[in-house]
Design a protein around this ligand. Structure first.
Ligand SMILES: Nc1ncnc2c1ncn2[C@@H]1O[C@H](COP(=O)(O)OP(=O)(O)OP(=O)(O)O)[C@@H](O)[C@H]1O
Length: 295
C-alpha cells in the first residue's frame, strides 16, 4: 500500500504541531522518521495511521482518500505500534499477541484458526518472545513488553507497519535484533515507517530518512544526505563523531554544538574527530592536533 500525505497541518490550541508536511511510505521501503523531541513525529505517525484527522491536508491510501477507506479493512492493511504502549489487563503474552488478529475476527463464517495460530506463533518467534508465551504480560520488564507489543503488530501481517520508537527500551542486542527484523520484514515487501532517536540505527538500517524539526520536514532522502554534520548540529544541536564501518555509518552524538570540546584531563581544546574508514576514530588531522595541543 502506498500511503501519501500532503500539506498536513496539525494544531493544538494555539500551537502548530505540524505544518505543510508531505510524506510518502511505499511497499518494500524502510523509512526512518527522525527528529528532536517534540518535533511532531508521533503526531505525523498518528495522522498517516488514520488515527488523527489533520486540520489541513489529506492522507491517501493507494490514492483513495483516507476518510473513504473503511476502518476495518484499514486495520488489516496497516499495523500501528504506539509509543510507550501499556497493557492494562493481566493477559498472557500469547493472548496479547493474538490481539493482533482481531481485525480478522468475524471476517468469514468459519474463521481460519490455523492462519491465526500460524501468524501468532511466527510473530512470537520473530520477536524472540516465544519462550515466555504463557507469562502474564504485566510481569515483564519494559524491554520484554516492548517486544511483545512489536509481536502483536507483526501478527497483523499488514502491508504496512508504522512503529513509534520500537527500540527505545531495548538493550543493544535487542535493538539490533529488532532493526534486522524490520529489514527482513521490509525485504518481504512490507512498507515500514519507524520512529527512531538512535542516529546510527537510522543511518545503517533505513532506506530513506525524513527529519522533522519543529513540525516541518527539515530534510529528506538517503541517510548520508540527511544526517550531515551541519544538519545534525542545526536540528539536534549536537556535534557527532561519525565514521564508516563495514559499509555502515556510525554517528555518535558527542558534544553540544554550542560547546568546544576540552580534554577532560588536560582541559586543552580537542580538535574534531573522524573515523578512518575502518571504524577507528582518529583526529581529523594529526598535525592540526599537535598544533592545537601545543598552543
Ligand atoms: N494534547 C496536546 N496539547 C498540547 N500540545 C501537545 C499535545 N499533544 C502533543 N503536543 C505537543 O506536540 C508536539 C509534538 O509532539 P509529538 O509527540 O508528535 O512529538 P515527537 O516528535 O514524537 O516527540 P518525542 O521525540 O519526544 O516523542 C510536542 O511539542 C508536544 O508537546
Amino acid at each position: 500500500m502506498i500511503i501519501s500525505a500532503s500539506g498536513i497541518g496539525v494544531k493544538r490550541g494555539d500551537a502548530t504541531i505540524l505544518q505543510s508536511v508531505d510524506f510518502v511510505a511505499r511497499p518494500g521501503e524502510l523509512v526512518g522518521l527522525i527528529g528532536p523531541n517534540g518535533a511532531g513525529k508521533s503526531t505525523l505517525l498518528e495522522v498517516i495511521a488514520g488515527l488523527r484527522k489533520p486540520e489541513l491536508g489529506e492522507v491517501f491510501y493507494d490514492g483513495k482518500l483516507a476518510s473513504s477507506v473503511p476502518r476495518r479493512s484499514l486495520a488489516r492493511r496497516l499495523a500501528y505500534l504506539k509509543q510507550d504502549a501499556a497493557v492494562d489487563w493481566p493477559l498472557s503474552v500469547e493472548k496479547v499477541v493474538a490481539l493482533g488478529r482481531l481485525p480478522y475476527s468475524g471476517l468469514f463464517a468459519a474463521r481460519d484458526r490455523r492462519a491465526d495460530d500460524k501468524a501468532i506463533r511466527a510473530a512470537m518467534e520473530t520477536a524472540g518472545i516465544a519462550h515466555f508465551a504463557e507469562r502474564n504480560v504485566q510481569t515483564l520488564s519494559g524491554g520484554e513488553r516492548a517486544r511483545v507489543l512489536l509481536a502483536r503488530a507483526l501478527a497483523v501481517e499488514a502491508e504496512t507497519l508504522l512503529a513509534d520508537e520500537p527500540v527505545d527500551a531495548l538493550d543493544p542486542l535487542h535493538q539490533l535484533n529488532v532493526m534486522e527484523l524490520l529489514r527482513s520484514t521490509r525485504d518481504r515487501g512490507t512498507g515500514i515507517v519507524v520512529v527512531l532517536h538512535d542516529l546510527t540505527l537510522a543511518s545503517r538500517f533505513c532506506d530513506r530518512l525524513v527529519l522533522l524539526d519543529r513540525g516541518r520536514v527539515a530534510a529528506e532522502g538517503a541517510p548520508e544526505d540527511v544526517l550531515t554534520d551541519e544538519i545534525i548540529a542545526q536540528c539536534y544541536g549536537v556535534r557527532a563523531l561519525t565514521g564508516i564501518h563495514a559499509g555502515g555509518r556510525f554517528i555518535v552524538p558527542w558534544q553540544k554544538a554550542s560547546q568546544q570540546l576540552h580534554d577532560l584531563k588536560t582541559d586543552r581544546l580537542v580538535p574534531p574527530l573522524v573515523a578512518n574508514g575502518h571504524g577507528r576514530i582518529v583526529p581529523i588531522n594529526a598535525a592540526q592536533q599537535r598544533r592545537t595541543l601545543d598552543s
